[in-house]
Design a protein around this ligand. Structure first.
Ligand code: PFF
Length: 457
């Protein structure tokens, strides 16, 4: 399969190839690192409930919108807005999306670096080299963070420069099912440990009084982050998609697959948090706030593997972190591909130069973040929680009122013959034109109102 081609615009040759690449982009640290952490911060099951709702009523319609804009325009986000309208405003929005890609990738590779360090931590621990194990597991060590982020960026760039799709397809087809199997086995193990039932209760029994505007914004940001939406990643991937493919169906597979993996990750991590807490690890403070912060899963999961003991613990631990780093890699590729394809298309730069230039810039920011991991929270809030929904809002407004749904219909019809008679069409257009922009707009306005309130309090 020759996909992200270095000369002409390539194509995903098979339908599965595209679905696998888009699923590879969606499934990553967002599902296994970010989802459980944000949920633990936001009261468990109530968050899960709102999250699932938002994935289907906002995420899925926006995903179809992005894919059809990409396939129709054959461009990166900036080029897509330009190609599909005469608007001067929307290309600026496209530029914002490119910026979001750069910012998110900058912290993404720091966290991805930790998946590599914990892979080695598991091995060193098994070998009895405890000092080395705790050295490599130190997420506060700036130099170590920086070196790991650089290694991860190097891997990402090298894949972007070579034939992307072959690697992605193989990785997703073989390794993702393995990740699912491993998580399911671990869930089975975890549920029998003392303390697990409390975690299960927090995860599955909602306390609806916990639903606040902050929780809703966090769930919306998480939905966009996890599905790779709002920054044109799927516009870019859609631009490599063949006209034969059924976009709503492909988006459906990706959405269900992504939320499925996140749900399983939650089922593993939430009980594990409570097991760790019952053994004395401090996870929440007296007010119920998360103390562990962004390194949460890297604190509780390795402990779980250590306690499984011996070779079994090593096999599960090392395989888990290996698979997680591959999942992160298939996502970081899509994060880098957005600014890279923008630079290639709009500034006529060769792919190699573009990838190195953007990759280099991202690496510099990530080195700064390696020494100041507190900055990750800020970037995460500004670019993921606010930036991605803002991008999604703009995509809905653009598709619904500037490019117009009639043009989208023409695009989606190709690959979906019965579209005109299908219930999908009126429902989707209603969501893209009204439901999604109103809901996203409402959440953003309430958040802005609250932010201004706290700034001037
Ligand atoms: N969806 C990826 C994850 O869950 O890890 C992260 C991501 C990739 C976000 C691509 C945004 C994006 F455009």
């Amino acid at each position: 399969m020759a996909a992200i081609d270095t000369s002409a615009r390539g194509n995903w040759n098979t339908k599965l190839g595209f679905i696998l690449a888009a699923a590879g982009s969606a499934v990553g640290l967002g599902n296994i690192w970010r989802f459980p952490t944000v949920m633990a911060e936001n009261g468990g099951a109530a968050f899960l409930f709102i999250y699932a709702l938002l994935v289907f009523i906002i995420g899925y319609p926006v995903m179809v919108a992005e894919m059809s804009m990409g396939r129709s325009s054959q461009k990166n986000p900036v080029g897509a807005f330009r190609a599909l309208s005469n608007s001067r405003f929307f290309p600026i929005v496209g530029f914002w999306m490119v910026l979001c890609g750069i910012a998110i990738l900058s912290f993404y590779i720091v966290i991805a670096g930790w998946t590599i360090s914990y892979f080695f931590e598991q091995i060193f621990f098994y070998a009895g080299w405890y000092d080395l194990a705790s050295f490599i597991a130190d997420t506060d060590n700036g130099w170590l963070n920086a070196i790991l982020a650089i290694i991860f960026m190097g891997l990402t760039i090298s894949i972007i420069l070579g034939g992307v799709s072959d690697g992605i397809e193989r990785a997703v087809r073989m390794l993702m099912p393995m990740l699912v199997v491993i998580i399911v086995i671990l869930i089975g193990y975890v549920l029998f440990q003392p303390g697990a039932s409390e975690g299960l209760r927090v995860y599955l029994v909602p306390d609806f009084s916990a639903i606040t505007p902050d929780l809703i914004l966090a769930a919306l940001g998480q939905a966009f982050f996890s599905l790779s939406l709002g920054m044109g990643a799927l516009i870019t991937y859609g631009s490599y998609l063949s006209k034969k493919e059924n976009i709503p169906e492909a988006a459906g597979y990706v959405t269900v697959f992504d939320i499925g993996i996140a749900f399983l990750a939650g089922l593993l991590v939430m009980p594990t948090i409570y097991i760790a807490q019952s053994q004395g690890m401090v996870i929440f403070d007296d007010d119920g706030n998360l103390v562990a912060g962004i390194a949460l899963i890297f604190q509780v999961l390795p402990e779980l593997f250590h306690e499984m003991g011996g070779l079994i613990g090593l096999i599960f631990g090392a395989t888990f972190f290996f698979l997680l780093s591959i999942a992160a890699l298939t996502s970081s590729i899509s994060l880098l591909e957005v600014p890279t394809s923008y630079t290639i298309d709009e500034h006529r730069m060769p792919r190699k130069k573009a990838a190195l230039l953007i990759g280099g810039t991202v690496t510099i920011i990530s080195i700064i973040l390696s020494f100041n991991t507190g900055g990750i929270d800020i970037l995460n809030y500004v670019f993921s929680d606010l930036g991605l929904p803002l991008g999604g809002l703009m995509i809905c407004l653009f598709l619904g009122y500037v490019w117009k749904t009639e043009n989208a219909r023409h695009e989606i019809r190709s690959g979906f013959e019965g579209l005109d008679e299908h219930w999908f069409w009126p429902v989707w257009t209603f969501f893209v034109r009204y439901i999604c922009p109103i809901l996203i707009g409402l959440v953003l306005v309430v958040t802005a109102y609250e932010l201004i309130g706290t700034l001037f309090a």
